[in-house]
Design a protein. Sequence first.
Lengths: 699, 77
Amino acid sequence: MSLPESMSRIVIAGTKAHMDEAIEVLYGAEAVHLIDHTVDADEGFSIGSPREYSSKASERLLKVRFMEKELGINKHTKTPSLSVEEIKSRIKSASVESAEDEIVRALDRRNDLNQRIAALNTKKNNLEILQMLPVNLEFYNGFKSIATIVGTVVDDPSEAIKAMDAEFFIATKKKGPIAVAVFVRDNDRDKVSSLLSAYGFSEVQVPPGVSGIPADALKAVEAEIAEMEATLAKVEENLAVLKENYQAFLRASDEDLSITVEKGELPLRIATSEYSFVIDAWVPTKRVEHVKEKLEKDSDGRMYVEFQETRGRKDAEVETAEKRFKTAPTKMNNGGYSAGYEYATKLVDVPKYQEIDPTILIALFLPLFFGFMVGDVGYAIPFIILGIYGLKVAKSKDWRIVARVLLFGGIWSFVFGLLFYGECLGMHFTGTYLSPTNMTWEHVFGMQEGALGAFTAVLPEFIHAEEGNIINHVGVGKLVEIPLLLKLSVYIGIVHLMIGYICAFINIHMRLGFKHAFMEQGGWIFAFVGLVMFCYALAYSLIGDMSSLMTEYMVPFAMGIVLLIIGCAINLKSHGGMSIMELPGIAGNILSYTRLAAIGMSKAGMALAFNHIAFNMIYGTMGGITGIILGFAVFLIGHLMIFFLAILSAGLHSVRLQYVELMAKFFVGGGKEYAPLKIIRKKTHYEPLKTENKTKAEV
Amino acid sequence: MVLEGDIGAGLIAIGAGIAVGLAGLGSGMAEKDIGAAAVGAITEDASLFGRAMIYMVLPETIVIFGLVIAILAIFVM
């Protein structure tokens, strides 16, 4: 239940003449969260203008991005990191422009060739149709009073054309369109055209200036296409070489130019007067002194830093602040283990500066619930291995959080599987063998009953309430001890929800004081506790003896009602009548946690079925080598299926319990994330000083 | 096949099955619309995933109610 880190506001002032150094120093501090200057925020100040170098850099960046796009270089292209000095000097000596020259020339050539090949292909298609007709190409053109209509039709129009005064040729193939050429008097042209259009006519262009039979012309065109394609392949090859040569440079210069542009445009976010600039910024409170010192020292005393305020968590402080200083940025404050779960919180929203960051609760309960639901040594070990592997390999945040939950969820399910359920792949280690409901590993390995007893002696002893028999060090059967698991889930839920209500109380207490917090959240806390007691008494007396409500469960029943009434009264006053309607929702929230038991049960049920089938095949009816092979196949596939279903169901449901049941109680979100001015270089790097000295020495 | 055993127990089992089944159907019907809308929203803005998921899984509680009734039916009655 950590709060976002405390933030302080500082003002940085300097002279415009040293703006470029100032920008470098600000980025170097890596802790300054800039507050954008707004028009008319301060009299006599206006928004600054970009540095001169930034427009040239933007222009070059545009060129670089164009080339990257055309050459198919993207963020997945693996290129080595280049040194900043090298890349800067290359950019300065107009390498971008010369690369552009070379690449654009190759690209133009490729486009040109592609266009010409497309044109030739159309010509080729037309010739293929003309080839079907027994007419030489020169006969289609050059008549004084005869028009030629050439094309394809869908149906045979011979009969219709015969009626007209025209010479025509028709050729059909087994498949495809029918080729037709009609020679008519100029006067009849329109008539024939409209007649043909009824047969699905589409015109074919006879290539001008070609004579002889179409087959020869076709061969010539095909040869031309082949030649062009060979040239195109050469150009493509050339482009591939260019890509190979330039990709490292392009990626590195893209990064360096982006940084230059970002730095160059920084003045657009700050206030400037004629000779000076003023920057408002947020800095983590504990680093204020350090930042002040660093900025003043790095700028050789040309920058002046003044501390303004440390923002508290009270609403009053926010209300009195100037508009652009109202929201302090949120820097989530989680150490080591729980920092890995910040992404899960951010999936919902970034916490506000004035509220509890639920990350640590998620970090604690998410794997715990996952482990409780899976609760099986056999699945836990692959989960742990998968988690470790994932954390080693995965780079994207989405996969890392999945891997993290698998690892720690796996550890919890190992703990639960070994010490609570006493299960491995849906079977207890030890216990009385009872097919099919209770198979044990002892039985599978042909050991005596109780042989693994010493190994499982750590398991808790449970007394089966209904039958009164004692289960000794066997573990809790997920399909046997259902009432126990349900009760446990509900109790876990009550604790989890109570934490949510307390967090809500703390949030309001922090912002508005105790009285407000009591009026807003106190009612819910009273109602929650009251409802829990009321339901506890009611549930037990309903299950057992109804008359025990007035004797054994009298105290919680009465107290529950009293607390409920108090809670409702407070809620009525502060939230109005609708708050009464929300009471069943609390019961719903608590019952929602029974999914912890239910999902465990569903997995145990599936495991039981697969184990039963598999071992029946291996030991029982089928027997023989086929039985053993088939049995193992069923065993493997079945458990693999349960394993992957476990990731989905147990994972998603434990996430849901955090997001919906817990966080909905107190989490508002909508904070602005702390984003200090900082440069992250991936494709470029500064040469370490040591090697620089070395090279100088070598030289 | 001759029916054996207690008809009462059979009726309880049927009742429990109906409780879970209908509740599941109900939450399915509720979730289908939300799911479609949520996927639409996520394709527009992937950062909505967390919030979309919250809305998506809200009706899931209905099926849990069905499950609780079924378990009560089997173990309490």
